[in-house]
Design a protein around this ligand. Structure first.
Ligand code: 26Q
Length: 817
């Protein structure tokens, strides 16, 4: 076994500085005399990549030599956020980097601000995947993240005249410094074409794809270090490359420009991340992306497995493939195709292997978010896969018929193909039938899956259903984004909480210590000062750091009910105007989040918030009592600024609709108090921090269902509640859009005349009451401080280390190397 190069014997800070200068000159081709900040950032990143790749090679050798069972985490999205500080902390090089940079005349914070984050995800689902990679690395699991190397990530959001404007997110423009592009390392991905059926010499019926289009998938690797454990995982992202450059015939066609056009068409596959979450867009290119990820990844998995030289039936003993939502579910027929068509296993042998290899996590219960594809499109793009899905379905329905002879209707309900006027492939049904494990992401959500969304499947496969409540990594979401609070904690209980978050419990004895109180609140106030500065900088609005920072940041969606929040803001505004003195707690409202570019109502609500903000912020009667701020382009980097400065965390989805939420956990971990509904992980947060340390309100999910089935009438709430009525009348009457009085009429219509699908009006009054409770609590700063500390100290359960450990033990059957 060859030796890895030894680290030089000089001091770490000095050797880091030498590396930075070496990269400035030899990798970036710049003068070492006066490098600019961006150059220094990139050279530092390259210096860290050197250290990461060494540890990665060593980690891979460990996995290989132990012949460990591997975990493959497949996700169409990863949202890692900026890497610099994370990697410095994980490698234990923060102080060294600070020293090296100071030596060169730079501050670490300024240099870190040069980083532009890869936005290769929409929101919760992509961020969860990145938290889990962090924990898999920290737990030393033999794991690999697989995704797509989109050239353009989630759009950059500008707010112009109150409206969302989308700009391309060309995150690669400055070159890449964290990844290795492996241009020699490519897999062919084949789609379109026709299935040819033939009989081979042994008389077997064979299937192959003729006239397929081939695109190459090139690996780009990024490194994910564990926390100070010398272990490094990789996230392998596939970039599409034309296959034509790999063919000599390219030069013989004569149609040079035409061939280049085809190259562009091929490389389009990994061009852009689809910006819709929760309401998928059924575009051909999206299905192509999904298959592109799947095909390249399965080839990688099979290649590694083949090297072992063991029988195919050992595949599930040595590998588990985790499907992050149904987006990569076509992996199931793809593995079947390889085993049956190429490796010539029988159907039964192949299926036995598949169902023991795949596990599926569901992240949503919204009916419009369940992924389906028109059968015709499927047949055109992936003809052999559709045949395989039909065969899976035929056998599955045969078994179901035998299991439920007296319930013929169940067949239509569970079929992998919906048969109505048009035929649709149901990806969730495929994922459930082809996996040994199906999990939800909070206790509440997992119950809903069993009771309603997938009730039939629960009857058929009860043993497959389980819960894995989401978690977040405390390295990024406390240590890195809130270093002063992290330091205060470590000072009192030591640093073990970083890898064992349950240790935060040890803070509890200090909740009665006055000194700790003061220190805690000083740190929080300093964070609020910094955010206030940022707000002044970006939005030109002056906010009071001492005011209650009430924060609602997440993707814009009607079910997340940013609208409910703004209705309450307007109600407060009216109270201030009509009876000065009735509102005593000054508040700063902070909103942030992107709307899918084609989601009319979500964009309209963004516009409403900005109009309300303008009206309130410029009304002299309001003064410091109320400020409303919309921060543009909410992303991981911005979340890291906002969360440590938040007092009140808004988690107010309609009960039964937010699968889990993870923002809720990030806020509570940093000492914010939650105002929220009985939904997703809010319920478990309440169970851990105690009902007296957060503000829950509103209908329960079964009450939402009952109210709906009894015929919910939002108008009743409008008529009975004069404060609500005034608010809605103002919006509809153009109070916030004087030059366009009808501008926001649609918003009010959706509530009053289109059924208020998300029960905003039904929950309004209890929200207003709970907000008053929150304001009253904030007036007693000592009591608030206590609540804040208790939130942090009781959040141990919500570490992604706990979540990933549960996945490892209960689903994957793997342990650390
Ligand atoms: C699907 C097909 C075509 C185009 C887009 C999509 C698509 C993309 C993203 C569908 C859904 C998503 C994202 C879903 C998501 O982020 N769900 C969130 O997952 C979190 C992690 O489990 C939960 O905490 C949130 O409650 C859930 O909303």
């Amino acid at each position: 076994k060859s030796r890895l190069p030894e680290a030089p014997a000089t001091r770490p800070a000095e050797s880091l500085k030498q590396d930075i200068l070496r990269h400035v000159l030899y990798s970036l081709g710049r003068d070492t005399e006066r490098p600019d900040r961006q150059t220094v950032f990139r050279a530092l990143a390259l210096s860290l990549r050197d250290r990461l790749v060494e540890k990665w090679i060593a980690s891979q050798r460990d996995i290989y030599s132990r012949s460990s069972k591997r975990v493959y985490y497949l996700s169409l999205e990863f949202l890692p956020g900026p890497f610099l500080r994370e990697n410095l902390i994980a490698l234990g090089l923060e102080n060294e980097a600070r020293e090296a940079l100071t030596d060169m005349g730079f501050g670490l914070d300024d240099v870190a601000d040069e980083e532009y984050e890869p936005g290769l995800g929409n929101g919760g689902l992509g961020r969860l995947a990145s938290c889990y990679l962090d924990s898999m690395a920290t737990l030393r699991l033999p794991a690999y993240g697989y995704g797509i190397h989109y050239a353009y990530g989630i759009f950059y959001q500008l707010i112009k005249e109150g409206r969302q404007v989308e700009r391309a997110d060309n995150w690669l423009r400055g070159g890449t410094h964290w990844e290795f592009e492996r241009s020699h390392y490519v897999h062919p991905v084949r789609f379109y074409g026709q299935v040819r059926e033939w009989v081979d010499e042994q008389g077997r019926l064979r299937h192959s794809l003729e006239n397929a289009t081939t695109v190459m998938a090139m690996a780009c690797d990024m490194f994910i270090p564990g926390h100070k454990n010398d272990y490094v995982l990789n996230m392998r992202l596939w970039a599409a490359k034309t296959s034509r450059e790999f063919e000599f015939s390219f030069f013989n066609t004569g149609d040079y420009i035409g061939a280049v056009e085809e190259k562009i068409r091929d490389e389009n596959i990994s061009m852009v991340l689809y910006p819709n979450d929760e309401a998928p867009e059924g575009k051909e290119l999206r299905l192509k992306q999904q298959f592109f990820l799947v095909s390249a990844t399965i080839q990688d998995i099979v290649r590694r497995f083949r090297k072992k030289g063991i029988a195919w039936d050992q595949l599930p003993r040595k590998n588990v493939i985790h499907l992050n939502e149904t987006h990569p579910a076509v992996a199931i027929p793809e593995l079947m195709r390889i085993l049956v068509d190429e490796e010539l296993l029988t159907w039964e042998e192949a299926w036995y292997i598949c169902v023991r290899t795949f596990a599926y996590t569901n992240h949503t219960v919204l009916p419009e978010a369940l992924e389906v594809w028109p059968e015709d499109l499927f047949r055109r793009l992936l003809p052999r896969h559709l045949q395989i899905i039909h065969e899976i379905n035929r056998r599955f329905l045969h078994d179901v018929r035998r299991q439920f002879p007296n319930d013929p209707n169940i067949l239509g309900r569970v079929s992998l193909v919906h048969e109505g006027e048009s035929r649709w492939v149901r990806m969730s049904h495929l994922a459930i039938v082809g996996s040994f494990s199906v999990n939800g992401v909070s206790a509440h959500h997992s119950e809903i899956l069993k009771e309603s969304v997938f009730h039939d499947f629960y009857k058929i496969f009860p043993e497959r259903f389980n819960n894995k409540t989401n978690g977040i990594t405390p390295r990024r979401w406390l240590r890195q984004c809130n270093p002063t609070l992290a330091w205060l904690i470590t000072e009192h209980i030591g640093p073990e909480w970083l890898t064992d978050l349950a240790q935060l419990k040890k803070l509890e004895p200090y909740v009665n210590s006055e000194g700790f109180h003061r220190a805690w609140m000083e740190v929080r106030l300093r964070n609020k000062h910094k955010l206030a500065e940022y707000i002044r900088d970006k939005n030109g609005i002056t906010v009071m750091p001492e005011s209650l920072f009430d924060v609602h940041v997440k993707r814009f969606h009607e079910y997340k009910r940013q609208l409910l929040n703004v209705l309450h803001v307007i109600a407060l505004y009216n109270r201030i105007r009509s009876s000065p003195g009735s509102v005593t707690v000054p508040r700063t409202y902070i909103f942030g989040g992107k709307a899918a570019p084609g989601y009319y109502m979500a964009k309209h609500i963004i516009r409403l918030i900005n109009s309300v903000a303008y009206t309130i912020n410029t009304d002299p009667r309001v003064g410091d009592l109320l400020k409303v701020v919309f921060l543009q382009n909410y992303c991981v980097t911005l979340a890291e600024r906002i969360i440590p400065a938040t007092d009140l965390s808004e988690q107010i989805s309609t009960a039964g609709m937010e699968a889990s939420g993870t923002g809720n956990m990030k806020f509570a971990l940093n000492g914010a108090i939650t105002i929220g509904t009985h939904d997703g992980a809010n319920i478990e947060i309440m169970e851990h921090v105690g009902n007296e340390n957060l503000f829950l309100f509103g209908l329960l999910s079964h009450e939402v269902n009952e109210m709906r089935s009894q015929g919910y009438n939002p108008r009743l709430f409008y008529e009975r509640d004069s404060e609500l009525r005034e608010v809605l009348d103002m919006i509809a009457g153009g109070f916030f859009s004087p030059s366009e009085p009808h501008l926001f009429r649609d918003v009010v219509e959706s509530l009053l005349n289109h059924g208020d699908r998300y029960m905003v009006l039904a929950d309004f009054r209890s929200y207003v009451y709970r907000q008053q409770d929150a304001a009253n609590a904030f007036m007693d700063q000592a009591a608030w401080a206590r609540m804040s500390m208790l939130n942090t100290s009781r959040m141990g359960f919500f570490s992604s280390d706990r979540a990933v450990d549960e996945y490892a033990k209960d689903i994957w059957g793997v342990s650390g190397v």
